[in-house]
Structures are given as C-alpha cells and as structure tokens.
Design a protein around this ligand. Sequence first.
Ligand SMILES: Nc1ncnc2c1ncn2[C@@H]1O[C@H](COP(=O)(O)OP(=O)(O)O)[C@@H](O)[C@H]1O
Ligand SMILES: [Mg+2]
Length: 405
Amino acid sequence: MEEATATALIAGAPDVTLLLDRAGRIVHANPAARRLLGEGIAGQAWLDLLDDFSREKGATLLARSWVAGGVADWELDHLGPAGAPVLISYTTYLLPGVEPPLLAAIGRDQTVKLELTAQLAATNQQLEGALLALERAHAELKQTQSQLVQSEKMRALGQLVAGVAHEINNPAAFIANNLAHLATLLPGMSALFEAYQPLRALTGASVRAEIEAAEGVVEVEYLWSDLADLVTESQDGIERIRNIVLSLRNFARLDEAELKEADINEGLRSTLALIRPQCKNRIQITESYGILPTTVCHPGQLNQVFLNLLTNAVQAIEGEGQIWVTSACRDDRINVIIRDSGKGMDSATLARLGEPFFTTKPVGAGTGLGLAVSVGIINRHQGQLRFASQPGNGTTVTVELPVTR
Ligand SMILES: Nc1ncnc2c1ncn2[C@@H]1O[C@H](COP(=O)(O)OP(=O)(O)O)[C@@H](O)[C@H]1O
Ligand SMILES: [Mg+2]
C-alpha cells in the first residue's frame, strides 16, 4: 500500500484511532478521535482523558499491553469534551517493527448503542406494563364471567331448592302431626292392652295358644317401650327434616322479608337469647355493645345471619369454651364481630366457606347452608363477611355493614 493510501485509511476511519508512546502519551489521533474526545488531545496523556472510574483499568491495560503485547479488548469510559460520558470499546495492539515502540488503540463509540439499549429497555418496560394491564383485564373478565355464571347457577339452584323445599314441607308437616297424635295414643293403647290381660284366663286353650304365638312374634315384653322409642326417634327425624326445609326456604327466598329501620344491637341481643340455652355451663358468652346508629335493613335476615354465625361458633366448641360478641360503628360502617375459642379451620375449609352445601359436619348436624345464606344476605346489604381462623386457634367472623338512612 502506498503511504498516501495508508494515511487516508487512518484519517477516514470512522473509528477512534490513536497511537500511544511508551509514556502513554497520544502521539497521533485521527479525525474521528479528535471529534469524539476533543481537538487538542494529541500530546496529552491518554489516561487523563478517561473518567475517574476507568483510569485504573486503563493503566492496567497499558501496563499489560507493553509487557505482554498481543491484542486486547477493553471497554472504557471517557469524559468527552462537553463533559458528557463517552463509552468506547478499544482494541489495542503493539505496532510491529516500529522503534521507538508504539501502541495502537482502535476504538468504537458505544454511546449510540447504549442509548439504543436504553430505549429498547424503556420500550420493553412499556410493553411489559401493557402486558400486565392486559393480563389483569383478562383476569377481571374471567372473574366477572365466572361471577355471572355463578349468579345464574345460584338463581337456578334457588328456584330448584324452593320447589323441593315446598314439596317436602307438606308431607313432612302431616308426618309430624301424625307422629304427635300417635304419641298421645300410645299410653292409652298400652293401658287397653293391659286391661285385656285378665280375659286370657277366661278363654279356651286354643285361643290362648294363638295369643301366645302372636305375642312371640312381636316380642310383647318390649313392645310398648319399643313403640314409644320409635315414635320419639321419628319425631326427632322429622324435626331435623323440618329444620332443613326451613333453611332451604330461607336460602331460596330471602328477598321477601321487609326492609325497615332497626337497631343491630337489639337483633344481636335477641339472637343471643336463642343461643344461650345451648351454652349453659359449657360456653361463656361475653358481650360488648358499641353505640350504633339505627340503619335501614332487613332485620329478620340479619338476625338469621347472627344465628347462623353463633350456631357455628357453638358447634365449633368441643367441651368448654368462650364466645365473644362485639359491635362497633366507625365512619358509617357497623362492625359485628363474633369470635369463638373453638377448633378453628384450615385454609382448605376457609376457601370453601359460603359454598352452598359445603359442610364438614356429620349428617344431621350440618346442612352447609348457614354461611351460603349469610353471604347472600350480607351481600344484599352491601356489606362484607370476613373470616379469620387457624386450626386450634378459634375463629373470628366480622360482619361489616354500611349505615343506611
Ligand atoms: N366458627 C367456626 N369454627 C369452625 N368452623 C366453622 C365455623 N363456622 C363455619 N365453619 C366451617 O364452615 C362449614 C360451613 O358452615 P355452614 O355454612 O354454617 O354450614 P354447617 O354449619 O351446616 O356445616 C362448617 O361445616 C365448618 O366446617
Ligand atoms: Mg352452620
């Protein structure tokens, strides 16, 4: 290559091209280097052009290059002429066969690349934000959809339940009446039976044998006590059926009860009066009523909620225990808190509360409707029902209601 061509090659190179002497001074800087790092850089110590953080790194690079030779790649920060940082990635090598020795440093400005990277990162962040918003919107949509499906299902279930409850209610009522009647007849029948006994002595041997055979079939010595037990058990059973039917009806048509201005404390007190007989000697109830404004509500329905919650509290306590009932009002929100020292719930149970027919209780003890009904009632009052519980640590239920005037 001719010398003029070699000079043009260096002068026209878009990359920074520097030659450094053994003392680290710049003996040659091409136009690209001068444009980027300052017109007066020739003659300056190259290390002086670096920013404070890169200077030590630059010194190491120089020392290694002079001792070890070879090609090295380094990224170094400069303080540009305008004081703005300039990141340059250098490739350095010793010029072969040159005396005194010179080190070539060819560098490419990375500032634009950095800016692009920063822009890309910003765009990326915006994209991520948009994606997040989309995901959230999607989740909300899904939630709304499942709520819609759920409320549609509940409506259908409500109708079905109301129908079934009605159908069961009539036969249950006459079975209950008949059983009550039977119970009153039994003593008279057994007295009649006893009154017939002396007649045996007056009849012939063949009739007596017939009577004795028939008595053997029904095991006459237990007959009357068995009959009485059967009637009592059946009455228990029918009572349970009627209770279930009652909860089913409450569950199915709640909007029928009337709306009026009421004192929540009064409802709590009267509901507690219903519960107290089940607690005597076993469960201590502590009441603490705050001053509450009256509020427009369905008082009968709210009492039903309190009854359901208190019943659960009582049923959660095995042996002796405590129930605390508290009411308070702040910022136009009424809070009723029912806490028990019972056996508590695990997270799997907590997650299913309010689901119709979800119960952990044995058949006969629970229908799994108490909380489903309560959640419905509280929602209709624009309130909230919250549960806090741990296994073995009791349960706290908070009923929050807005004050409505
Ligand atoms: N205070 C409580 N302590 C422990 N478990 C409770 C409590 N309240 C509700 N639960 C749990 O929630 C379930 C559903 O309650 P609920 O809807 O009232 O139906 P049920 O009482 O008929 O089972 C209960 O079976 C019980 O497992
Ligand atoms: Mg219950």
